[in-house]
Design a protein around this ligand. Structure first.
Ligand code: AMP
Ligand code: ZN
Length: 666
């Protein structure tokens, strides 16, 4: 090795160590001045010797890279959300539920719930390879250049005990101190201060100029390691390992043996969190054993093995000035409370959702009342009730509207539904516009170059009246629109053209069928494989698809029974939008397991549990998490819990091992 390279390596190692001591351990081992001198020396050497470039050198932390559009990257392992609980009873109910699904005693790791922006970091051979935002949980933005500037994120891991490849999840937060300092500077230069640390942290991840990000005192707290063959048995152990590899893992994490101990942890932090340098909004309780975690698995949205416990939200009271009504893209009417602006949990609240007519009636909310407003984790605050002592008399109960505020059509409310709807599906402007806006949105057709306002403009100018019309738009038609330049018209037309490559399941979601969200769209696409098959499905057939209930089935039927909808879909088909699974997506898909309801339990050798589950679904089988008389058979690995075994015995359900299973799908 040349002496130059030696010197460079030495400087990198030394800067890395000082950086770790300062930002992860909060223990400075060098003066700022000396640190800067060393950094400068390294920068000079690297500039002179580009052959020794290293993307993870400490010099890369100063940023400088500019990103115009962040690349979308699929998460190898999905990023789930968390279920919430608010009381001792909620936690006890959770324990009762999970005790039915796993055997043995359950220990819990308790951690603080950091309130920031979640991030997934991928490490390969000890180096940071990628940092991706949570996005929709399935895919997010590649923000690696920005994340590298955060000093508590190791670019190079310590020691050598880490797996060759793994993902680690954490939360990017902006501590109060840094947040306040940023605001002081903003006020000084005459800019509006930022509202709260959480939004500022998540906004920072998407800044185009990484040098700007480098200036923000962001921190990254890690809480979950994901991957295969990690050689880790428990959540608590994974936190300790992460800490040893150089990650910042707050010391508050605690291993507990019962829900009572969990509650002690909650009580302690409910008070002491106010002394923490960053914002927390609760506690996250996780089943400690990773094997039990596997047994418990996931719902469509969240792990069954974890539960967030939310600290009690802050409350204030303020005056209700008026109630207005919004019409959503599905025609659903949402009453909105317009409030006298009031400060709450770091933001100014002016509006709150009133949900529906029942809610207004139940709380007897009247215009002019003083109401209690609460802000939990949600963005939109909610109204808890009325301070009757402040009611002006006489006052009239609120009369809910009977016709649509936009098109004056009489509203309907179906049996058992809380919401009023405007039934004027094809003639009510917010519905028409909302539907097209949903169609083009990021998780749907992701049409670059076309925004919500332009959609409204296009509809109002009579250029389009449904989403299939987009595909006939010409550049000449859009150029005369307000604020539309030649370049943006080109982008718009090109974005629409590119959307013809969007895969079928997202097109299905984009259609905006009521109750057909992303997950349901995926299920339907996978099961039926083409729009024609879905359109031809009966309600009974639909209900038989895993996780599709009566409500969804009904809504799908209604959608496809409309001549207008069929016509629009026909047009999409003609324009070349993907209305069936692609040949690629069909690879490995069979119907061999059709009709089989299968439970997976235990630990496997030749396939991972997730691969096994995927194989079952790809081959047309239906997964179930609990054993019942309907179970066709159980694919059992080693370590299957005794109570599950007993249940299978009682019900006479067949157990097969992984090899027998793999043979079945040959
Ligand atoms: P929610 O956004 O309310 O569904 O809560 C889920 C989010 O909490 C996750 O996506 C994480 O970003 C965040 N979170 C914060 N702290 C933790 C923690 N200790 N463990 C797991 N998730 C956490
Ligand atoms: Zn209407």
């Amino acid at each position: 090795m040349s002496s130059i390279q030696n010197k460079i390596n030495e400087l990198r190692a030394s800067l890395r160590e000082h950086n770790y001591n300062y930002y992860v351990l909060d223990n400075a081992t060098i003066s700022d001045y000396d640190f800067d001198i060393k950094l400068q020396e390294l920068q000079d050497l690297e500039a002179k010797h580009p052959e020794f470039f290293d993307a993870n050198s400490p010099t890369q932390r100063v940023g400088g890279g500019v990103t115009k559009n962040f690349e979308t990257i699929a998460h190898e392992h999905r990023m789930y959300s968390l279920d919430n609980s608010y009381s001792k009873e909620d936690l006890q109910d959770w324990e009762t539920r999970i005790k039915k699904l796993v055997d043995g005693d359950i220990q819990y790791t308790c951690e603080l719930k950091y309130d920031g922006a979640s991030i997934s970091l991928t490490y390969e051979n000890g180096s940071l390879a990628r940092a991706v935002t949570r996005g929709d949980g399935f895919q997010g933005d590649n923000v690696t250049v920005n994340i590298k500037t955060i000093k508590s994120v190791p670019l190079q891991l310590k020691g050598d005990g880490y797996p060759a490849k793994f993902d680690i999840r954490g939360e990017i937060v902006l501590p109060f101190d840094g947040f306040n300092k940023m605001n002081e500077e903003r006020i000084e230069i005459g800019e509006e201060p930022y509202r709260n640390p959480r939004n500022t942290a998540s906004g920072s991840l998407k800044l185009q100029d990484s040098a700007e990000v480098a200036k923000r005192p962001l921190e990254c707290m890690l809480y979950n390691i994901t991957g295969s063959n990690l050689g880790i048995q428990t959540q608590f152990e994974s936190l300790e390992k992460a800490r040893a590899w150089g990650f910042k893992v707050p010391k508050a994490a605690k291993l507990t043996n019962s829900i009572d101990e969990v509650l002690e942890f909650v009580d302690y932090w409910n008070v002491n969190r106010h002394d923490l340098p960053y914002e927390t909004d609760g506690v996250v309780v996780k089943v400690n054993s990773l094997q039990q975690q596997e047994e418990l698995g996931y719902t469509a949205k969240a792990p069954r093995w974890a539960m967030a416990y939310k600290f009690k939200a802050e409350q204030v009271s303020t005056k209700l000035n008026s109630i207005t009504y919004q019409v959503g893209r599905t025609g659903a009417i949402t009453p909105v409370a317009n409030l006298e602006p009031v400060e709450l949990a770091g933001t100014t609240v002016k509006r709150a959702s009133l949900h529906n007519a029942d809610q207004i009636e139940k709380l007897d909310i009247r215009v002019g009342d003083t109401v209690y407003v609460e802000k939990g984790g949600e963005i939109i605050p909610k109204i808890l009730g009325v301070d009757l002592s402040k009611r002006n008399n006489p006052s009239e109960p609120t009369q809910y509207i009977t016709s649509c505020p936009e098109c004056e059509t009489e509203l309907i409310r179906q049996e058992g539904e809380a919401q009023h709807y405007c039934p004027n599906y094809n003639g009510c402007s917010p519905q028409i516009i909302g539907r097209i806006q949903h169609f083009i949105s990021r998780k749907a057709m992701d049409i670059d170059g076309l925004g919500g306002e332009t959609v409204a403009l296009l509809v109002n100018e009579g250029l389009i009246s449904n989403y299939s019309d987009l595909y006939e738009l010409t550049k000449e038609e859009v150029i005369p629109l307000e604020r539309m330049a030649e370049k943006s018209a080109d982008n718009l037309i090109q974005g629409i053209e590119l959307s013809k490559n969007i895969p079928f399941e997202r097109v299905l979601f984009a259609l905006g069928i009521r109750y057909v969200g992303e997950t349901v769209a995926k299920k339907l696409a996978k099961h039926y494989k083409s729009i024609d098959a879905i359109a031809g499905a009966t309600q009974e057939g639909l209900v038989n698809v895993d996780e599709i209930g009566v409500k969804i089935a009904e809504s799908v039927s209604v959608f496809f029974s409309s001549e207008i909808n069929l016509h629009i879909i026909n047009r999409l088909q003609q324009f070349g939008v993907q209305l069936e699974l692609s040949a690629e997506q069909l690879i490995g898909q069979t119907n061999i397991l059709k009709g089989d309801i299968i439970v997976v339990s235990g630990v496997f050798e030749s396939v991972s549990r997730n691969e096994l589950k995927k194989l079952i679904e790809d081959n047309g089988g239906k997964l179930s998490s609990s054993i019942s008389s309907k179970t066709s058979y159980i694919v059992a690995g080693s370590n299957m819990g005794p109570s599950k075994k007993e249940k299978a015995n009682q019900l006479g359900v067949l157990l097969i091992n992984e090899h027998e299973f793999l043979q079945r799908i040959q």
